[in-house]
Design a binder for this molecule. Structure first.
Ligand SMILES: [Zn+2]
Length: 914
């Protein structure tokens, strides 16, 4: 098996879809290393130990328990290995995996290509080979060839059995009964036998244990920023059902379909059994039900393990209904369908090995449909993804999920009917024989079931198609990329072309949360802030917005591409420097029915969070749609992606994004449904209710960056004050844990950043929660939307109740909002690095220096580990382009600077700069 895996890895490098430029020339040494140092000794160690246990105890159960204990210990070891105890854990790991990781964790790509890890790995191998040798010697010494004595009670029981023999032939008067009740009884008796067969094999217990271990390890490994544990909310336990258990379901489908369907034939009893009077469908259904019961037992065990974990973590809110829905409806039905596929394939297969091979092929085929670019749910037979959010429930995912469950459920019934027709009952299972047999089995029951299932399958399929392809447009992933490539080819020349930018924005937004619809009407003054006059410029509208009206005074629409959202305006007379024109629009964003891919997760029933580009036109070209991967670009006939503009490039010195180069006055009347609160940047001027709608009027007190946020949900609001600043946290009532900590953090942050850098410019600071479909936090003027997955559900007790997210995003209101980097190299130094540095200093000065040092160490670790993905050359932090791993290096370097020359000097310079 080890050799086969190595061969697979080797063959994999020759696959045509890989970018051959990225593959190093073949070298035998690494393969030989893996086989000789990792696989061979590892196998030897495990075999020696388990063999010794088996030989010395002569008990299958104990050997099995030893194997299980080994496996659990391995999982725990991997879970609890930290940088501090890394060397020890590396030695303790019999697989050698941790030793290799410990040796290579800081290696760069070049080092990884050139070196092989020795040191700890050799020590580990020596240690475990010694253990294996000791185990074998012990066995040699203790093993005896004599038979152990039988337990006496067992012997007695047997003799008792012999003493009262039953007559071989009993007089039974059989009553012929073919009532449904009798058939039912037959079915249950068969089901009992099948279940007993499953229960006698230890595999099912291994699988159930693996299920529990998976749930535990997923729970343990889940941590927030700064490794803080999560509160044990039911919603956070649910992803394990999908990402942790699916692999075991596949195993169950593969193994038990082969085992059960061919059981009678394998044991040579099929002739007798098939001659007994029972309906043709009975065996097939009983075996299908058995496998489905195993799958559901696995889910049940996972649910119970999750609840136990929650209880152990001190929670009493178990949300049983939610568990049952998530486990058995959203996942269980689909998992059973996967098993039905396997059962039917095995029914048709002449023997179980061929059946296994075909099932495996079908599973792999289904799994690779997505990566190959076929993602329409009508043919992909995939699990409808329905993430659960405490704010929005299953939300807009539930309708397509139920439709697809019904659709594939009906398909499963059709498959089972097929399996029933071709189920081999008798010795001659040739193709022709089976055909003839199948025709005789088409009775009224089959006809009725088939037509009902077909009606459901076709009508639901039609309805899904109507939703995904008629109400909405469906494009395959390839087409979506093609569209981005087309956009760049057609309009790329307008990238960084001069455009007038916002001087003022006046918006009227009407949000209809239950319909997931938004009406955006507005006008804006676009001023020419360049030195030269502008005669034409582009306006971008996100394609999700349908433009009803878009006009610019004193300009004509020279080109309009609604599909791409590209509009070119030519001014009647060139717009002189310092002069502004008025743009007006009316656009609709709506979600009719449901889509096949890429659902709108920003505009939702409860917890809408939209930004400027989501609701209104932007002057300039959208360079964010560019395909960035160069291998991908080559496929679409695009040249290599342009690098980020050089630091100091005058052409990009004023470019903030799109064509925006200015701050703008801003005012909005934002309406939503009566039960929700709508929040936008600016001071709240007025709030009123009119019919079923609630209106909020916000106005920016001074010009702000047109980086706006629009949120609406059924919020609870926590209010407090810091000096003249109103602190408001808008959150979901289920997530009340950290509100006090967030407010305290915000106060300390406002106090320190204002004193050290510059006064806080707004009269308010708002933190808002939005659903976890996106897991990030973002800053807008005085407003910080936070994903429910990020800030609201971490247990902050281990970090002195300081909320890293609030600290970081608040710091952005100085580094990113007050001062903002142009679209060129080093932009991160001004934004992300400075925000992280400010956070570090806040930890150091207002919480504890020990905590700050812990974070700094973590940053160093993440930088050193991240370096290995650098495929060119590392650049100094002031020239960062989009090097993710340098995000940790910047604050680390700045922190070292204040350590060396003193905080006062560094902050004096920063104050001057701001
Ligand atoms: Zn940030």
């Amino acid at each position: 098996i080890g050799l086969a895996c190595l061969l697979g890895a080797l063959l994999g490098t020759f696959m045509p879809w890989l970018d051959q430029e990225r593959i190093a020339p073949f070298s035998l040494l690494p393969y030989a290393y893996i086989f000789g140092v990792i696989i061979l000794p590892g196998t030897l160690v495990l075999c020696a130990i388990f063999f010794s246990v088996a030989a010395l105890t002569r008990s299958f159960a104990l050997t099995f328990a030893a194997a299980l204990a080994f496996f659990v210990a391995e999982v725990l070891l991997n879970l609890y290995a930290t940088p501090e105890n890394g060397a020890l854990a590396a030695l303790a790991d019999p697989s050698g995996r941790l030793a290799v990781m410990e040796e290579t964790c800081y290696w760069t790509a070049i080092e990884l290509n050139a070196n092989l890890p020795w040191g700890l790995v050799l020590q580990n191998r020596l240690l475990w080979l010694t253990v294996a040798l000791a185990a074998l010697l012990l066995t040699l010494w203790r093993f005896r060839l004599d038979l152990a004595e039988q337990a006496s009670f067992r012997f007695k029981w047997r003799t008792q059995g012999w003493q009262t023999p039953q007559p071989a032939i009993q007089t039974i008067t059989p009553t012929h009964s073919f009532t449904p009740r009798a058939t039912f009884a037959q079915f249950f008796s068969q089901l009992k036998m099948d279940l007993a067969c499953v229960g006698k094999n230890p595999l099912v217990y291994i699988l159930l244990t693996l299920g529990i271990v998976t749930v535990i390890s997923e729970f343990q490994s889940k941590t927030g920023l700064l490794e803080t544990p999560f509160y044990p909310l039911t919603s956070l336990m649910l992803p394990a059902f999908r990402y942790g258990l699916a692999q075991y379901v596949v195993l169950i489908g593969l193994y038990y379909s082969a085992e059960l369907i061919h059981r009678e034939r394998a044991s040579g009893l099929s002739e007798i059994i098939n001659a007994t009077p029972f309906p043709d469908w009975l065996l097939l259904l009983s075996k299908t039900a058995t496998i489905c019961l195993i799958v559901n037992a696995l889910l049940l065990v996972a649910v119970l393990a999750s609840i136990a974990l929650q209880a152990a973590a001190g929670s009493t809110r178990f949300e049983l209904g939610l568990y049952l829905q998530a486990a058995f409806v959203y996942h269980g039905v689909y998992y059973c369908l996967l098993c039905v596929v396997a059962v039917v394939i095995q029914t048709l297969a002449p023997n179980k090995w061929l059946g296994l091979l075909v099932t495996l092929g079908v599973y792999i085929g289904l799994l690779s449909l997505g990566p190959l670019g076929f993602d329409h749910p009508l043919y992909s037979f995939s699990l409808p993804d329905a993430p659960y959010s405490d704010m929005n429930g299953f939300g807009h995912f539930s309708k397509p999920a139920f439709a697809l469950l019904g659709y594939w459920g009906a398909f499963g019934v059709l498959l089972l009917v097929g399996g029933h027709l071709f189920y081999p009952r008798g010795n001659d299972a040739g193709l022709r024989e089976r055909w003839r047999e199948a025709r005789t089995r088409i009775g009224s029951g089959v006809k009725l079931t088939t037509s009902l299932a077909a009606i459901v399958f076709i009508s639901l399929g039609g309805w899904i198609f109507y939703n995904t392809n008629i109400l909405n447009e469906y494009a395959m992933p390839r087409t979506r990329l093609q569209r981005r490539a087309d956009y760049e080819k057609a309009y790329g020349r307008y990238d960084n072309a001069p455009a007038p930018s916002y001087d003022s924005i006046n918006l009227a937004l009407d949000l209809y949360p239950t319909e997931r619809r938004l009406e955006s009407r507005g006008s804006a003054l676009l001023g020419n802030h360049k030195l030269a006059p502008i005669s034409e410029f582009a306006v971008t509208v996100k394609p999700v917005l349908r433009v009803n009206q878009l006009a610019i005074e004193n300009a004509t629409l020279a080109q309009a591409d609604a599909a791409q959202g590209f509009y070119l305006f030519r001014l009647n007379a060139p717009l002189a420097s310092g002069v502004a024109v008025k743009m007006t629009w009316h656009a609709t964003r709506k979600n009719a029915g449901f889509v096949a891919a890429e659902p709108d997760n920003a505009l939702v029933a409860n917890g809408t969070y939209l930004d400027t580009t989501d609701v209104m036109p932007m002057p300039g070209y959208d360079s964010a749609r560019r395909i960035t991967d160069n291998a991908e670009r080559r496929k679409y006939g695009l040249p290599a992606a342009p690098r980020v503009a050089k630091l100091g490039d005058p052409a990009y010195a004023d470019k903030l994004g799109f064509g925006v180069d200015s701050r703008s006055a801003f005012e909005v009347v934002f309406s939503t449904s009566a039960d929700q609160i709508a929040v936008a940047p600016g001071a709240l001027l007025k709030e009123w209710q009119q019919g079923e709608r609630r209106y909020f009027q916000y106005k920016a007190e001074a010009p702000i960056l047109p980086n706006l946020s629009f949120c609406s949900a059924r919020y609870v609001v926590a209010r407090d004050r810091w000096n003249d600043v109103a602190l408001e946290i808008y959150y979901d009532p289920k997530h009340h844990f950290n509100i006090a900590a967030m407010i305290e953090t915000a106060k300390r942050g406002l106090a320190m950043y204002s004193a050290e850098f510059a006064p806080y410019p707004y009269t308010y600071l708002r933190v808002l929660e939005y659903p976890k479909y996106r897991a990030a936090a973002k800053f807008h003027s005085g407003t910080v939307p936070f994903s429910e997955a990020t800030g609201f559900v971490n247990d902050l007790h281990t970090v002195e109740n300081a909320d890293y997210g609030v600290m970081h995003e608040l710091a952005h209101l100085w580094w990113g909002e007050r001062i903002t980097g142009a679209q060129m190299q080093g932009r991160w130094l001004l934004t992300e690095n400075m925000a992280d540095y400010s956070t570090l200093m806040l930890f150091k000065e207002r919480y504890s220096p020990a905590l700050a040092h812990r974070i700094v160490r973590g940053m160093l670790e993440s930088y050193l580990k991240g370096r290995r993905d650098e495929d060119e050359a590392e650049v100094p932090v002031m020239y960062t382009e989009n090097h993710g791993y340098l995000r940790a290096k910047g604050p680390h370097a700045l922190y070292a600077l204040q350590d060396i020359i003193g905080k006062d000097k560094v902050h004096q310079a920063l104050r001057k700069f701001l």
